[in-house]
Each structure stands twice: as structure tokens, then as C-alpha cells.
Design a protein around this ligand. Structure first.
Ligand SMILES: NC(=O)c1ccc[n+]([C@@H]2O[C@H](COP(=O)([O-])OP(=O)(O)OC[C@H]3O[C@@H](n4cnc5c(N)ncnc54)[C@H](OP(=O)(O)O)[C@@H]3O)[C@@H](O)[C@H]2O)c1
Length: 346
């Protein structure tokens, strides 16, 4: 059967995530009739090449979605809150990369390898989880299914691209300044909208997003809440420490997971090797393990450093790495869009 061609809008088309979405739509030969690229007034008029044709980026507004079937949002939570309902009003399915709707009980929060069945439950909007959460749950799902999970303790080492294209520029600029003996003059990180900034070049910043009343950052609480929602299991105990490091692409995570049943390490390896979207990279004798530099530009989640906790028989340590702009954002969103497109072609 021939594929139904769809009209697709990308909101935030000039951003770090939006650029990857456009690249994936082309690479995957997504069945597109018309592609509409939207940004703020700042970038309206920019020309972007898609499949050899130039498309002019337009300013996004409530009436941008007429005739659109799928609208992919990555322009910040406020833009999604304002415009995603307009996309739905025009009959589009909105796939949202921001935090705006993730915890809304009527909005499915989807990692296709974990809960693709939720896609059909949408009422117009489908949320893409936080980048750090996506890669963790994609890797842990086969272990959850086989043994059950009682507790997760995660520490992240997150790339600057997770804070957008201006944060990438900031790391490049600061690195040059510091190497030349000049002041770093931080301007963006850790949080653009907060007054205090910290140097990211040659540093590690234990703050991603704003602090909450409980002493955790919003990024850390996203990992806690979203993991439970995606696994549909409030009983899983999760605690997170999220750290920004001077890497451009690819988040790394040290994950300690306590399983509910006794496990066999070789079976764990085999479960992960057979898990969709997961690649095991684990040969310590030859110094082989997942690296952000290797994961960059790839869609998979890479898992290694598999080892039993020496103090708890049911404890397991893993190192999980993935490209935050791809599986952590654009690829996960395009996977969801592909399911919707396939359903429309049935
Ligand atoms: N980076 C990641 O790893 C990642 C992962 C998951 C989710 N996300 C989420 O995705 C969103 C975008 O992230 P990003 O990293 O791509 O940021 P970014 O590089 O800063 O890009 C932001 C994009 O949003 C557009 N935009 C800003 N204000 C707008 C407005 N009022 N109306 C329409 N478009 C507007 C910008 O257009 P202009 O060029 O006109 O400014 C740009 O295209 C954020 O909500 C972020 O939390 C990011």
C-alpha cells in the first residue's frame, strides 16, 4: 500500500532540536507532502534546504497550522502551551519536545521502545520525555519487564547542546577565551533566565534548570516523575543528580538500579543486546565502553560498564550514553510521527 503523504510543521525549526528533526525527516524519507518551518520573528525569512528545495522559515502563530497533519514542537514550553492547542484545533497531532504537557494526565508521554501503545491514546498532543529520561528508560525497560525495578539512583553528565544552540556557542567561545588566558564571561549556563551564570569550559555544573522547593532541580524532578509515568509504575523509587559538563553532544549517565528479583549478569547482557534501539558496548578488558563522542550523531542508546553491585546482590551498575538531540529529542519525536503516519496509511 502506498504511504499517505502528510503536511508537517516543525516549530523551532532553527533550533538545535529542530535542525535535527528536519535532518531526520529527510534521512528517513518521511512521507511529506508539504513541510512548514516555523520559528520566532528573529529567524523568520531564513532559508533551509530540505530534499534539495529551499523552504523559507515563517514566524509561528495561532493560524500557522491550517492543513497540517503533524506538528513537531521544540521551541520552549511557553510556545508549546500557547500554540500546540491551536495546532490541535486545526486537526493536527502535536508532538511536543518541551516540558509543557508531559505530566498532564490526558497527554501520553511516549518512548516508542517502552510504551508505543500509548500513542493511540492521544487527545491531540503527545509528549516527548526529557532527554535524560528517554535514554535511561529505553535501556532499563527490558530489565524492568524481566526482573522488576525497585530503585534507580542516577547521576548524569549532560552535554551543553541540551540547553540549546546558544549554549553550544558559549562552550566554544569560553574554551577559546580560557585557553587564551582570558575571563570566561559566562552568559547562558546554567539557566538562561536566572541572574547567576557559571563557567562551563573546563568545569562541571551541578545545576540543570531551576531549583525546586525540595532542593532538587527541575531536570532531576523530571527524571523522577517522567520515569514513573512512562513505566506506568509509581512504586519505582528514583533519585537523580543532574550535572552539565563541557561536552557538546551526548548525555552520559551512571545508573544504579536495584532489581526486584535475583539476576544473572549474562542474562542482563543478553536482554540488553536484544532490546530495540539499544546497543551494548561493554568490553572493559579492551577499554571498550560507551562514549559521548561515539554516540553523537547516532540514534541508539549505548550501554556498558555492566557490573553487579558489591554490596547488594540485586544491585546493578550501568553506564548509559545517547545523543540528546537525537534519541533524547528529535529521533524519539520522529519515531512517534512515523507511527502516526503508518496508522494514517492503514
Ligand atoms: N536540546 C535538547 O537536547 C533538548 C532535548 C529535549 C527537549 N528539548 C526542548 O526543546 C526545546 C528547544 O530546544 P533547543 O535545544 O532546540 O533550543 P534552541 O536551540 O534554543 O532553539 C529554540 C528554537 O525555538 C524557536 N523559538 C524561540 N522562541 C519562539 C517563539 N516565541 N515562537 C516560535 N519559535 C520560537 C527558536 O527560533 P529563533 O531562531 O527565531 O529564535 C529556535 O528555532 C526546549 O523546550 C527544550 O527544553 C531540548
Amino acid at each position: 500500500m502506498s504511504k499517505t503523504k502528510l503536511n508537517v510543521a516543525v516549530v523551532g525549526a532553527t533550533g538545535a532540536v529542530g535542525e535535527q528533526i528536519i535532518g531526520l525527516l529527510e534521512k528517513r524519507d518521511f512521507p511529506i507532502d508539504k513541510l512548514k518551518l516555523l520559528s520566532s520573528a528573529r529567524s523568520a525569512g531564513t532559508r533551509v534546504t530540505f530534499k534539495g528545495q529551499e523552504i523559507t522559515v515563517e514566524e509561528a502563530g495561532p493560524d500557522s497550522f491550517e492543513g497540517i497533519d503533524i506538528a513537531l514542537f521544540s521551541a520552549g514550553g511557553d510556545v508549546s502551551k500557547e500554540l500546540a492547542p491551536h495546532a490541535v484545533r486545526h486537526g493536527a497531532v502535536a508532538i511536543d519536545n518541551t516540558n509543557a504537557f508531559r505530566m498532564d494526565p490526558n497527554t501520553p508521554l511516549v518512548v516508542p521502545e517502552v510504551n508505543a501503545d500509548q500513542i493511540d491514546e492521544h487527545q491531540g498532543i503527545i509528549a516527548n520525555p526529557n532527554c535524560s529520561t528517554i535514554q535511561m528508560v529505553a535501556a532499563l525497560k527490558p530489565l524492568y519487564d524481566r526482573y522488576g525495578i525497585s530503585r534507580i539512583i542516577v547521576s548524569t553528565y549532560q552535554a551543553v547542546s541540551g540547553a540549546g544552540s546558544r549554549a553550544i556557542d558559549e562552550l566554544h567561545r569560553q574554551t577559546g577565551e580560557v585557553l587564551n588566558g582570558n575571563a570566561a564571561n559566562p552568559d547562558i549556563l546554567p539557566v538562561g533566565s536566572l541572574p547567576v551564570k557559571h563557567q562551563i569550559a573546563f568545569n562541571a555544573i551541578p545545576q540543570i534548570d531551576k531549583f525546586q522547593d525540595n532542593g532538587y532541580t527541575l531536570e532531576e524532578m523530571k527524571m523522577v516523575r517522567e520515569t514513573k509515568k512512562i513505566l506506568n509504575d509509581e512504586s519505582v523509587l528514583v533519585t537523580a543528580t543532574c550535572v552539565r559538563i563541557p561536552v557538546v553532544y551526548g548525555h552520559s549517565e551512571s545508573v544504579y538500579v536495584e532489581l526486584k528479583e535475583d539476576y544473572n549478569l549474562e542474562e542482563v547482557r543478553s536482554l540488553l543486546e536484544n532490546a530495540p534501539g539499544v546497543t551494548v558496548v561493554d568490553d572493559p578488558a579492551n577499554q571498550v565502553y560507551p562514549l559521548a563522542t561515539d554516540a553523537a550523531g547516532k540514534n541508539d542508546v549505548f550501554v556498558g560498564r555492566l557490573r553487579r553491585d558489591l554490596t547488594n546482590e540485586r544491585g546493578l551498575n550501568l553506564w548509559i550514553v545517547s545523543d540528546n538531540l537525537l534519541k533524547g529529542a528529535a529521533w524519539n519525536a520522529v519515531q512517534i510521527a512515523e507511527v502516526i503516519a503508518a496508522n494514517k496509511s492503514k
